[in-house]
Write a new protein. Structure first.
Ligand code: ARG
Length: 581
C-alpha cells in the first residue's frame, strides 16, 4: 500500500513538472510513513513541506494542490491535510482486502518488482590457507540472505566468493605438502583433512628450519611465475580447502556453489596492468621503494596522508591490488550496476580507500554503486571476541555440532515420545536456523553476543519462536482439509483482522528496505511482528469456529497468506520451515 501511495505522489510530481510548478529536472525524495495514531489515517507524507523551497508556495497551499492533482485510487478512502502541511491518507479496507486476495494467487505474494539490476554480491570469501572459523559465519549467512531477497525481487545477482587463495603463506603450505609426500606418498592427502593443524605444522617447520623456509619462498616465486608443478600442488591444496568450505555451506543451507568462487588468484594476470594504468594516470608515488597512491581525503589522526599500497618494494602485490582488479572486472566484464561487499567492518578504511581510488582511476563506470555492507564482531558471553575455552579460534563445524546437540536436547524435552529419526531431523533444522537467525536478526553493523541459550529460546525474536509460530498456522489447515476455499473472499471486519491484513500488505516494502541497505534484520523484525500479529488475531478471532461460513473462509485465507508469507520470508533468510516440532 505504501508503494502505491508513493507512486501516486510520483505521478503528482510529474504533473507539477509539466505545469511548471516545480523545475523539470527536480528530483523529489518522496517519503511516505505509517502513522502511529490511526485517527490521522494510515499513511502520511511530508511532501508539501519538501516542496516549499522549489515551488515557492506555503506548505498548506501546496498540500491542497497535491491533493487536487493526486490521481484517483480505489485504495484511498479519504485524504486530509494536518498540522503545518502533512497529508494523511485513509486506506479503504475493501481495497486492502482485494490486495491481499491478489497476493494469495500471485507468484511473488503480490510484491511489486523493481527495475531489474545486475548486482554483484561479494560474500563468505574465506582465506583458503585455514579452515573456516566463526569469523566467516556472518559474511556467509548475511550475504546469502540478501542474495536470496535480491533474486526474489527479480534482480540478476552474481555471487562472488572472493576467497584468499594467493599470497606468501601458500609457499609454506606447499613446502609441507611436498615434504609429506616425499615421506609418505599419496597418504599425505589425509593430512589435509584437518587444515587447521596442517597450517600449524607448516608454521612450525617454517620457523624451525631455514632449509624449509627457503624452499617455501622458492615455491611462492615459482607459483607466481606460473610453474606447472607448483600450480598443481597449489590447486590440490585449494581443492581440498574449498571442499571443506562447501561442506559447511551445504550444512548451513547456503546457496554458494563452486562456480561462484572467483578468488584473489583470478586477478593475478591483471595486477601488473593495474599498476601500469595507475602510473599512466600519474596517480602513483614512491614510498620506501613501494608503489603507493595518496588520496587527499585519507589522512591519519596526525593529519599525514594515508597511502594505498599497490606494489611492495620486492615486487609483491597486495590485497588492495587484487580488489582494484576485481572492481574493474565487476564493472566492465560482469557489467554490475551495483556491488555489495559483506566484509567485517574492521576493513572499512580499506574499502573506502579502494572504492574511491577505483572511481578516481575510472576502473569502474561512474554510475556503478560500490557498497561496503560491513558487520560487527561476534562476541562470546564475556563480551570479548568469540574463542574456545583455551583461547583458540572456534571452527565453524564445531560450533554447528554443538548447536545440533543442544537443539536435540531441546526438541526431545518437548516431544518425549517422538521417534529418533524425526527428532534428529527436527533438531537439525532447529539448530542451524537458531544459529543463523540469531545472527541475521541483529543489525549487522553492531557487535553481538553469541549465546546458545538465547538463540534456542522459544520466547522473543528467535528461530524456535518463528518456526513454532509457522507450525501453528500451518496446523490450522491440517484440521480444515475438507473446506473448499476456491470461492472464498477476504473481508476485513474485526480490528485484529485489519491489523493482520495491514501487516501482511507490508511484505513488499520490507523486502525493499532489506535489500536497499543489505539489512536482513529488517525482514526478521517484520516476520516476528507478523507472527505476533497473527497470535493476537487468532486469540480474538476464532477461525474454524467462526460465526458464519463466509467469515471462516475469509479467516482461513488470512491464515493461508500468513503461512505463505512466513515461509517465504524465512526461506529468504535461508531458513527451512517445519510442519511440526
Ligand atoms: N579474504 C578476506 C578476509 O578473509 C575477505 C575478502 C572480502 N572481499 C574482498 N573483495 N576484499 O578477510
Amino acid at each position: 500500500m505504501k508503494s502505491h501511495i508513493e507512486s501516486l505522489l510520483e505521478q503528482t510530481i510529474e504533473s507539477f513538472k509539466q505545469q511548471g510548478i516545480v523545475p523539470a529536472d527536480f528530483q523529489a525524495r518522496i517519503q511516505v510513513d505509517r502513522t502511529k495514531d490511526k485517527s490521522h489515517g494510515d499513511l502520511a507524507t511530508n511532501l508539501a513541506m519538501m516542496l516549499t523551497k522549489v515551488a515557492k508556495k506555503n506548505p498548506r497551499e501546496l498540500a491542497q494542490l497535491i491533493i487536487d492533482t493526486l490521481p484517483a485510487s480505489s485504495y484511498v478512502a479519504k485524504v486530509e491535510i494536518a498540522g503545518p502541511g502533512f497529508i494523511n491518507f485513509f486506506i479503504d479496507d475493501n481495497a486492502l482486502a482485494n490486495q491481499l486476495q491478489q497476493a494469495l494467487t500471485s507468484d511473488h505474494l503480490g510484491v511489486a518488482l523493481p527495475t531489474k539490476q545486475t548486482i554483484v554480491v561479494d560474500y563468505s570469501s574465506p582465506n583458503l590457507a585455514k579452515e573456516m572459523h566463526v569469523g566467516h559465519l556472518r559474511s556467509t549467512i548475511i550475504g546469502d540472505s540478501v542474495v536470496r531477497a535480491l533474486e526474489y525481487l527479480g534482480h540478476k545477482v552474481i555471487r562472488q566468493n572472493h576467497v584468499g587463495d594467493w599470497g606468501t603463506q601458500f609457499g609454506m603450505l606447499l613446502a609441507l605438502m611436498e615434504e609429506l609426500r616425499a615421506a609418505n606418498g599419496e597418504q599425505a592427502k589425509m593430512e589435509l583433512s584437518d587444515l587447521e593443524s596442517f597450517y600449524r605444522a607448516a608454521k612450525v617447520r617454517f620457523d624451525e628450519s631455514t632449509e624449509f623456509a627457503t624452499r617455501a619462498r622458492q615455491l611462492v616465486v615459482a607459483l607466481q611465475s606460473g610453474d606447472e608443478y607448483c600450480n598443481k600442488l597449489w590447486r590440490e591444496f585449494n581443492d581440498i580447502s574449498l571442499s571443506h568450505c562447501h561442506d559447511v555451506y551445504k550444512r548451513l543451507g547456503v546457496s554458494l556453489t563452486r562456480a561462484d568462487v572467483h578468488g584473489e588468484s583470478a586477478y593475478n594476470a591483471d595486477l601488473a596492468q593495474v599498476v601500469k594504468d595507475l602510473d599512466a594516470q600519474g596517480l602513483l608515488s614512491e614510498s620506501n621503494g613501494a608503489k603507493v597512491v595518496f588520496q587527499e581525503a585519507f589522512r591519519n589522526k596526525e593529519g599525514e596522508p594515508l597511502p594505498v599500497i599497490i606494489q611492495k618494494a620486492d615486487g609483491g602485490y597486495l590485497y588492495a591490488t587484487s580488489d582494484l582488479a576485481a572492481m574493474r572486472y565487476r564493472s566492465n566484464v560482469l557489467k554490475a550496476d551495483r556491488a555489495m561487499y559483506f566484509v567485517d567492518l574492521r576493513q572499512a578504511l580499506h574499502f573506502q580507500q579502494v572504492f574511491s581510488l577505483a572511481k578516481l582511476a575510472k576502473f569502474v563506470r561512474p554510475e556503478m554503486s560500490l557498497e561496503h555492507t560491513g558487520f560487527g564482531t561476534m562476541n562470546g558471553e564475556d563480551g570479548r571476541p568469540f574463542k574456545t575455552r583455551s583461547g583458540g579460534v572456534v571452527k565453524l563445524v564445531d560450533l554447528l555440532d554443538e548447536a545440533d546437540v543442544r537443539a536435540l536436547e531441546l526438541v526431545r524435552s518437548k516431544n518425549p515420545d517422538m521417534d529418533e529419526a524425526t527428532l534428529t531431523e527436527i533438531a537439525r533444522v532447529v539448530g542451524i536456523s537458531s544459529v543463523k537467525y540469531a545472527d541475521l536478526s541483529k543489525n549487522r553493523t553492531s557487535d553481538y553476543i553469541f549465546s546458545f541459550e538465547q538463540m534456542l529460546s522459544f520466547e522473543g525474536n528467535t528461530a524456535p519462536y518463528l518456526l513454532y509460530a509457522y507450525t501453528r498456522v500451518a496446523g490450522i489447515f491440517k484440521r480444515a482439509t475438507d473446506i473448499d476455499l476456491s470461492q472464498a473472499k477476504i473481508v476485513l471486519e474485526h480490528e485484529k483482522e485489519k491489523d493482520l491484513g495491514t501487516k501482511l500488505a507490508q511484505f513488499g516494502e520490507v523486502l525493499t528496505r532489506m535489500t536497499d541497505k543489505g539489512l536482513p534484520h529488517v525482514l526478521c523484525g517484520y516476520l516476528y511482528e507478523l507472527a505476533s500479529e497473527f497470535s493476537s488475531f487468532y486469540e480474538a478471532c476464532p477461525v474454524l469456529a467462526a460465526e458464519t461460513e463466509a467469515q471462516k473462509q475469509s479467516r482461513l485465507l488470512l491464515a493461508q497468506l500468513t503461512a505463505k508469507t512466513l515461509k517465504t520470508g524465512l526461506s529468504l533468510l535461508g531458513i527451512e520451515t517445519l510442519e511440526r516440532m
